[in-house]
Design a protein around this ligand. Sequence first.
Ligand SMILES: Cc1cc2nc3c(=O)[nH]c(=O)nc-3n(C[C@H](O)[C@H](O)[C@H](O)COP(=O)(O)OP(=O)(O)OC[C@H]3O[C@@H](n4cnc5c(N)ncnc54)[C@H](O)[C@@H]3O)c2cc1C
Length: 437
Amino acid sequence: MSQDSFNFDHETRGWVDLIPSRVPRPKLTSQVDTKWLVIGAGFTGLSCSRRLAELNPNEKIVLLEARKVGQSASGRNSGYAVAHSHFSGGYQKDQLRQYERVDRINQTGLDSLKSIIDKNHINCDFKESGIYHMAADKNSSEECDYFVDYLKKRQIEHVPLSQDQINLELGTSWYRKGVKVKNGALVQPAKLVFGLADNLPSNVELYENSPVLGMEYGKINTIRLPNLTIKAKNVIMACNYESLAKDQQKQRVVGVTLSGSITRVLTQDEVNILGSESSWGVLSLHSGGATVRLTEDKRISIRNTAEYNSHRLLNDQQLKRRQKIHRQAFDNRFPELSHVSFEHLYSGVEGVTANKTNIFKKLSNNLYFSGCYNGSGITKGTAFGLGVADYACGNDSKLVSDCLSIQKARWLPPSPLLDLGAWYVTRQRFKGVGKDR
Ligand SMILES: Cc1cc2nc3c(=O)[nH]c(=O)nc-3n(C[C@H](O)[C@H](O)[C@H](O)COP(=O)(O)OP(=O)(O)OC[C@H]3O[C@@H](n4cnc5c(N)ncnc54)[C@H](O)[C@@H]3O)c2cc1C
């Protein structure tokens, strides 16, 4: 198995631009033999390594990251740490166990993050303020009614909102209706992932800029880095859409590229236009709609494009073109702030499966994969990371059985059909998006 052709693209844009830079951990340059190797230091890999360290206090856990921490989806996302997922369409009684299972997984991730943040005093603007789910167009308004009905039936604490109430709280009359789900948090994603990486247990050795280029499987796995080969008994792949082991599993994940812009810091007068809430986060009830936040440091972030770009970030020209779409969406929502400039422009790649499920898998006796959360991986990725560590250590738990019970991801054809299919699936995401974009 070889990954030589992979080019780990990266640039520091977006949320990482807003905070002081972090000194990355050194590359792995010398031979290590380890019982436990985790590949990928996003939410999944960080959570998995922490849990492995807890379960094996006398063992060394090696965590290899191809890029610098914060340059993957975990440092580029919009920062919604959800407790309750939104399933589109009406409430289906026969899906209740599935709804409950997903929420249990989300809650485990949220609780875990909260406890790590508290214990290590991680400053990541974590705010348990709940999350707004909004509808600007006709289709998503119907979706809003479905969602409110779902929340009622499941007795999940929420507040339905009219257009006027939304305007009072957030200072925009763009949305027809919405609902605020009380459970859930907002974070500054780059601050969070930096904090998680810098507060790992002492028996976790994190190496950054250390891409795994190839692996030979066996009782002891041989792992190839650019100038080095190491041995690991157990390997957990937490590398999202850049899955290694392509010969061990069929292609089931594609990388979808999203983009967003973040404004300069608003003045107090500008903030005053924005209603009563001091910071907030809006998710769209249309799956192709915009996510919009007023951050703790009083910027507005807007993310509203998604496309298939061969698993890669957008280049400067592409980004500039996408920013026109961000600008239009911003001006629609906040016409009184149309003079406010964007200061940051970024893209990020998320792992998506054709049937919107995740992957949690034992590929062989000592090889595991966990990842692909379809745009919702802060809490889920954290929980899956915990679960895969337990699973690999042979521990049975409710979390492990929940993760194992998720629907199997649908197989995808190889390229060039994969590229066509991925392009089509992403285009479908915007069907009927209308004013929600
Ligand atoms: C723009 C955007 C907005 C999003 N918004 C939200 C949101 O608001 N809320 C939410 O819950 N989710 C959101 N998501 C999704 C969420 O960010 C992801 O689901 C989550 O970060 C996935 O975490 P992960 O650890 O599985 O993967 P990643 O963060 O992608 O980490 C995988 C790591 O593996 C490393 N890697 C890959 N291959 C190798 C290799 N061969 N050797 C060594 N290392 C390797 C990569 O460099 C990477 O750092 C968003 C995603 C994007 C892109």
